[in-house]
Design a protein around this ligand. Structure first.
Ligand SMILES: Nc1ncnc2c1ncn2[C@@H]1O[C@H](COP(=O)(O)OP(=O)(O)OP(=O)(O)O)[C@@H](O)[C@H]1O
Length: 136
């Protein structure tokens, strides 16, 4: 998985223009993070992480997740799926509670660690805590 974001020298999501999307009826792409109703401290984390606009899959998937819909999303490697999950989790958790509120199952140790790091970066100002538990 590519490291971080453009401002830190990492690669951004692959060229969205080359992607073809099939979505459920009524799913409209939201092309700006500001229009997703994301909390200010989480939004700050998103922009500081170097994201300027949502990738194609983020445009279509973040809102249905935040609306509580059951979502199945599939896209090529490097299209922003991990970041999409991290952002959604940061938005949904209630930091006034110390209870575990989100469980993300990952197929590899690397992906679990990357997800942990992305949540910690995006959730920095929202005081989100994430821990990768590796089962071997
Ligand atoms: N909206 C965005 N703007 C800029 N960079 C982004 C954005 N979303 C993700 N990225 C960056 O693009 C790269 C790939 O993102 P991410 O890891 O979320 O994709 P992925 O689909 O989960 O990849 P993989 O399938 O390989 O795990 C990372 O460096 C990430 O920081």
């Amino acid at each position: 998985m590519a490291e971080a974001n453009p401002s830190r020298g990492g690669g951004g999501p692959m060229d969205d223009d080359k992607l073809v999307f099939e979505t459920s009826e009524g799913i409209e792409p939201i092309t700006n993070f500001n229009d997703m109703g994301i909390k200010e401290d989480v939004l700050r984390g998103v922009y500081e992480y170097g994201f300027e606009k949502p990738s194609a899959i983020q445009q279509r998937v973040v809102m249905p997740i935040l609306q509580g819909r059951d979502v199945i999303a599939q896209a090529q490697s490097g299209t922003g799926k991990t970041s999409m999950i991290a952002l959604s989790v940061c938005q949904i958790v209630d930091t006034s509670s110390r209870e575990v509120q989100a469980l993300i199952l990952s197929p590899t140790t690397d992906l679990a660690s990357q997800t942990e790091k992305t949540i910690q970066a995006i959730g920095l100002h929202a005081n989100i805590q994430a821990h990768a538990c590796i089962v071997v």
